[in-house]
Design a protein around this ligand. Structure first.
Ligand code: SF4
Length: 361
């Protein structure tokens, strides 16, 4: 049977995933954007105590299977205490129990395993696979760059909403780009357009977002938190993205540096990106940020384990801190209310710091 491939929806990264699958000459069934309804559908069939992203993924698969997908691409972790290690196995079983028989192609995140499986499924030679992967990565990197620019521009733009409407158009175009030449041209154009967005040159409060990689970087599961904060006049920073994760896999000693820096708070690993959350929060405190938000998917062991430590850093430093637990039951209105209250705190903290700095001069 000819594979019709789908994969989890993951915010704007979905564009890069589609590029990879189609670049390999495979037929893709691109998952629909995750919605509260699709999450609820996934949660309905998922094991209740499993972590939140698994439920969101299952919701994506159900929609894609309806549209003809018969093969799912999923990554797994090689070891550690993160449940990602068992995602593909659990998802396959859950789907089967619900009458959906699909194949899984599971990558264990090692370059050899990725190459072998891509070669097997596409039949393409090494250099061609490399080219496809590089092309998709260039798109992925551009997505991350644009998201970072938006974090800076949103709270400062003169015409409210201009950054987001430009981004929406940009991502629509990016999806259709097929060659390196088109991509280079597009990159130039979009950078020029972004530089034309009029902003007010003023100091704004800054908030760092820490937490589980999928939840922090997919606006459809985190209730568009970066956009909401930007609209409230707050500049957002987020270290955690796919490039950060890849760098850590390529340069494993980075983990050692992180462990050394967080030693007063944690002496061992907790799996996932738990250690990174502590490291990032300590950096945000050092850099004089005005708040930190942890996005914690329900039943995520690594993030739940570090939550008390993040609380402790908040108590030691005084920086405003919000830990937002997300699952299928969390409603948009609830998130908005908690964010508004937190933004008030952040603004007051920022103002107090400013007054203190001025009086110290
Ligand atoms: S990091 Fe947390 S939410 Fe993500 S797969 Fe691991 S346990 Fe689940």
């Amino acid at each position: 049977m000819k594979p019709k491939i789908t994969f989890p929806y993951w915010g704007n990264y979905t564009i890069a995933f589609k590029t990879w699958v189609e670049g390999l000459g495979l037929e893709s069934v691109v998952p629909e954007k995750t919605t509260q309804e699709s999450i609820k559908e996934g949660a309905r069939i998922a094991p209740e105590m499993y972590c939140f992203p698994l439920k969101a993924n299952l919701g994506n698969y159900l929609g894609a299977i309806e549209k003809g997908a018969n093969t799912i691409i999923m990554v797994t972790a090689l070891g550690g205490s993160c449940r990602l290690r068992y995602y593909a196995d659990v998802q396959k079983k859950v789907l089967l129990e619900n009458g959906k028989k699909v194949d899984f192609i599971t990558f264990d995140q090692s370059p050899i395993d990725i190459y072998r499986k891509l070669r097997y499924v596409s039949g393409l030679p090494f250099l061609k696979i490399l080219k496809v992967l590089w092309f998709g990565y260039r798109k992925l990197r551009l997505i991350e760059t644009l998201e970072r620019k938006a974090q800076y521009l949103r709270p400062r733009e003169k015409n409210k909403g201009e950054t987001d409407s430009l981004l929406r158009r940009a991502f629509d175009k990016l999806e259709k780009i097929e060659t390196f030449k088109q991509l280079r041209k597009f990159e130039k154009e979009i950078r020029a357009q972004i530089s034309k967005i009029e902003i007010e040159q003023r100091e704004v409060p800054r908030v760092g977002i820490v937490g589980e990689i999928f939840t922090v970087s997919d606006p459809s599961v985190n209730h568009d938190i970066e956009k909401r904060l930007g609209q409230e006049g707050v500049e957002v920073h987020r270290e955690m993205d796919i490039t950060y994760h890849l760098k850590k896999r390529i340069f494993p000693w980075k983990d050692w540096t992180i462990q050394r820096k967080i030693k007063p708070y944690l002496g061992s690993t907790v799996g996932g990106h738990g250690r990174d959350a502590i490291y990032e929060m300590l950096n945000y405190v050092k850099e004089g940020f005005d708040g930190v938000i942890q996005l914690l998917p329900f039943a995520c062991m690594p993030e739940s384990s570090v939550r008390p430590i993040l609380e402790k850093i908040h108590q030691d430093s005084g920086i405003p801190f919000l830990s937002l637990s997300l699952d299928e039951e969390v409603a948009e209105a609830g998130v908005q209310t908690r964010l508004e209250a937190f933004v008030d705190l952040v603004k007051a903290y920022h103002k107090k710091k400013k007054v203190k700095t001025n009086s110290d001069r």
